[in-house]
Structure formats: C-alpha cells, structure tokens
Design a protein around this ligand. Structure first.
Ligand code: PEP
Length: 256
C-alpha cells in the first residue's frame, strides 16, 4: 500500500525569513498529520533554519536539486552528502525548469539519481511532455524515452527507493492541470513499464502528479489508482492551500 506523498516545491521564491515563516505555519497545520507523508523543498540557504523548525514534526525536508558528484571543483553546486547531513530525505531531480533553463539532460539526471541513492536520499525524478508533444500525440513516446534514460542501470533494489513525478510541462505554473484521466493514462503507462523492468517492486514506487495542483482539483486526481501524491509548486507557497491539498480527503464530495 503506497502512502500518499505531497511535496511542496518552493523554488526560488522565498527569502530566509519568509521561508521560516511559511515553515512555521505549515508545521502548525500539518505537523502531526497522519496517513500521508509531507515534505517541503526550500532553497538551499533556508534548509538549515527550516530543518530546525520541522525537526519535531512529521514534515520532512526535500531538496530542489543536487550535484551528481559528492565533492570537488563544482563552484556553486551542492552535493548529496551535504544535504544528507541536514537530514534531508527527498531530492527533486530533472525538474523541467532545470532541463529548460540549465540544459539538464537525461544522462545528468540519471547520474543525479545515482548520487541521491549513494547518499541515502530518495530521488523524485521528474518527467513529462511539452504542450506541442501532447498535441502531436507523442506523450507516451516522450515519457517512455525519458523514463528509460533516467532509470538506465538501476536495479530493482535501488528502484524501491526511487519515486517518479509525472509533470506535463504545459501544466506547470499555468493554472491548467492535466485532467485526472489524462494523468492516470500516463501514470498507468509508467507503472506498467516499471513493472516490466522491476517486477513487484513497481507496486511500492510512488508516481506523483505535478502541474497546477490546487485544493479544488486534488481530490479527483488522488482518486486515480496510479496517482500516489503530488509535487506542488505555486499552491505550496500558501500554508492554507498546501494544507488543504494534503488533507484532500476532507474535500470528498458529499454522497448523492
Ligand atoms: C512544479 O513546479 O513542479 C509545479 C508542479 O508547479 P505548479 O504547481 O505551480 O504548477
């Protein structure tokens, strides 16, 4: 049974003091929430103060990225070993903003997954098609190719500690989420591919959905059998919205 997982990706949006304020609000609201796992992804600079705020709660820390080497001459980069020391649990790799703005390739992301596992971090590996690829009917081919490249050389034992995030690029930060049916189609495809590759282990792997998740659309998304949680951008910057997303079960429509 996969426990739902929700990760708030704060991106480059908050100063240190803004990040600690938001972490306090989220911890007050969700610090003892049960039946789901929750993590927040502050900037590197805010990681240490936010870590001390969430340490006594059930909220975990997630990094927005890491470098594929553990140390060395990589000016400006942060390694898995540095994150692990701060008790970071998850790390996002291959976010489409990093692919687009920083030229990240599937090979780099594959190496980052390896670095995360080496440092006992759980990678959240992002993939998803662009708008024009969906319109051209190429969605499944695109995500198949990305998934194969990202998971190249990964063993079933390693796969147990890897999560995927399906994030259609056209849905990120646009207010236009994939419909539950569109998302489920891709999640089911990914689960089938994972099963072919890793057997039973695929049932343990989380596949998160990301792309304009809000309090009003999360319930229907979470009702899909292969959607195991969400990677949340904009809505995670508002403690009330993020809490409502995590507590999606409370929004269950009344029975008719
Ligand atoms: C994201 O950046 O991963 C994301 C899903 O953003 P948003 O929720 O704002 O679409």
């Amino acid at each position: 049974m996969r426990k739902p997982l929700f990760i708030g990706n704060w991106k480059m949006n908050l100063t240190g003091s803004e990040a600690t304020d938001l972490a306090k609000k989220i911890t007050m609201s969700l610090g003892s929430v049960e039946d789901v796992d929750v993590a927040i992804a502050p900037s590197y600079l805010a990681m240490r103060p936010v870590s001390s705020i969430v340490s006594a709660s059930r909220i975990e820390l997630c990094s927005q990225d890491l470098h594929w080497e553990d140390k060395g001459p990589f000016t400006g980069e942060v390694s898995g070993a540095m994150l692990a020391e701060l008790r970071v649990k998850y790390v996002i790799v291959g976010h489409s903003e990093r692919r687009r703005n920083f030229g990240e390739t599937d090979l780099m992301i594959n190496m980052k997954i390896d670095a995360a596992l080496r440092n006992n971090l759980i990678p959240i590996a992002c993939l998803g098609e662009k708008g024009e690829e969906r319109l051209a009917g190429k969605t499944i081919n695109v995500v198949r190719k990305q998934m194969n490249a990202l998971l190249e050389g990964i063993t079933p034992d390693q796969a147990r500690n890897i999560n995927l995030a399906y994030e259609p690029v056209w849905a990120i930060g646009t207010g236009h989420n994939a419909t539950p049916e569109q998302a489920q189609e891709v999640h089911k495809f990914l689960r089938d591919q994972l099963t072919k590759r890793f057997g039973e282990v695929a049932r343990e792997m989380h596949i998160l959905y990301g792309g304009s998740v809000r309090p009003d659309n999360i319930y229907d998304l979470m009702m899909q059998p292969d959607i195991d949680g969400a990677l949340v951008g904009s809505s995670s910057l508002d403690a009330e919205h993020f809490s409502a997303i995590v507590r999606y079960r409370d929004r269950k429509p009344a029975a008719v």
